[in-house]
Design a protein around this ligand. Structure first.
Ligand code: S3P
Length: 192
């Protein structure tokens, strides 16, 4: 398997898409792109402001336009927002020339990692846990369906997740072959 032109990270809020994406890009020698951050830069406003003024639908329009643009960038690792998979028109953009990686995290981990967050409008309410549960039920099957690789992130450091991902993406080099033998795992589509 040779390296894919693009690696696209999907998954829920708090899965570590940005942290892992940045580290993975460095490891692969790819450019790191963060869809939400680029939307904010272009708009000159943060995501809560966009949700406030334009509503979630306004944000989703911007997100689709951004994915369209970024789907044409080879040699990149793209971190997407958790809801990017909710529009079917985005699916072809996410999959285009890309290896899609689902960074899966349990609800408990999502809660833990988003506890103090003030930048995610969908969680600024009395019961963010219920929201995370509802979104997970809705989105987990879609992430899974879209993904070429499902990578579990619970109780793993970002560094470990990146190492496992690199092994999956480029298993031909001698170091990775050794690692592969050591782990005794299949590198075909599956889970880690
Ligand atoms: C959202 C996730 C956020 C951001 C927006 C909506 C979602 O991105 O795009 O707040 O619908 O799950 P992260 O997954 O990076 O937090």
């Amino acid at each position: 398997m040779s390296l894919p032109k693009r690696v696209v990270l999907v998954g829920p809020m708090g899965a570590g898409k940005s942290t892992i994406g940045r580290m993975l890009a460095k490891e692969l020698g790819y450019r790191f792109l963060d869809s939400d951050r680029i939307i904010e830069e272009r708009c000159g406003a943060n995501i809560p402001w966009i949700f406030d003024v334009e509503g979630e639908s306004g944000f989703r329009e911007r997100e689709t336009a951004m994915l369209k643009e970024l789907s044409e960038e080879p040699g990149t690792v793209l971190a997407t927002g958790g809801g990017a998979v909710m529009r079917s028109e985005n699916h072809v953009l996410l999959k285009s020339d890309a290896m899609v990686v689902y960074l899966r995290a349990s609800i408990d981990q999502q809660i833990e990692r988003t506890r103090k967050d003030r930048n995610r409008p969908l969680l600024q309410n009395d019961n963010p846990e219920a929201v995370l549960r509802k979104l997970f039920a809705l989105r987990d099957p879609i992430y899974t369906e879209l993904a070429d690789i499902v990578m579990h992130t619970d109780r793993k450091s970002p560094r470990l997740v990146v190492r496992q991902l690199v092994n999956r993406l480029n298993p031909k080099t001698p170091r990775h072959k050794r690692q592969r033998r050591k782990e005794g795992r299949s590198y075909a589509k599956g889970t880690s």
